[in-house]
Design a protein around this ligand. Structure first.
Ligand code: PRP
Ligand code: MN
Ligand code: MG
Length: 182
């Protein structure tokens, strides 16, 4: 435990660094949503560790729901075609919703989600992401809350995967090239 995984080249953010930053995001959200009861919407599967930690450092009556969308294949990447695989349990009407993501990369997933959720008579809709990789953006979308801006490196851990692996690493690290080049 605590030893770096052999497939990881470099640790970008350690578990305590992640926890400290999430604490700050929680304080910001607590301040911005005083008197309201925000609904956190976690996007499966990458956002699960983040939403779990984030909801516990927001000092408000928070509720949460989870949504799953299909990840666009390589061929449809430019079109940004996304499908809903698991929708929200409840209506969004009148709610103050916050989409919770692990990473905003091209922005295509988020663009689809924002358009889809905005059409549901939501009172307000914001985005909170742990990581932002703006150099890869294909659509002009900016998160309202962001944990860390990162360079264009292949990152895994704390929910982020490569072929479903590494999601359980407690830190965020850069994957060794050899792992995805073989
Ligand atoms: C990843 C990540 C974001 C999305 C970001 O999810 O968790 O949801 O891609 O990419 P984009 O900005 O280019 O759209 P993925 O589709 O890999 O599913 P997962 O969360 O289950 O890993
Ligand atoms: Mn995801
Ligand atoms: Mg993924």
């Amino acid at each position: 435990y605590g030893v770096m995984h052999e497939d990881i080249k470099e640790i970008l953010f350690s578990a305590p660094e992640i926890a400290n930053r999430i604490q700050e995001l929680g304080k910001e959200i607590t301040r911005d949503y005083q008197g309201r009861q925000p609904l956190l919407i976690g996007i499966l599967k990458g956002a699960v560790p983040f939403i779990a930690d984030l909801m516990r450092v927001i000092d408000l009556p928070v509720s949460y729901d989870l949504m799953a969308v299909s990840s666009y294949g390589a061929s449809t990447k430019s079109s940004g075609t996304v499908r809903i695989l698991k929708d929200l349990d409840a209506a969004l009407e009148g709610r103050d919703a916050i989409i919770v993501e692990d990473i905003v990369d091209t922005g295509l997933t988020l663009k689809y989600l924002l358009e889809n959720l905005r059409s549901r008579q939501v009172n307000s809709l914001k985005v909170c992401t742990l990581l932002d990789k703006p150099s890869r953006r294909k659509v002009a979308i900016q998160p309202d809350y962001n944990g860390f801006e990162i360079p264009d490196k292949f990152v895994v851990g704390y929910g982020l995967d490569y072929a479903e692996n590494y999601r359980n690493l407690p830190y965020i690290g850069v994957l060794k090239e050899a792992v995805y080049q073989k």
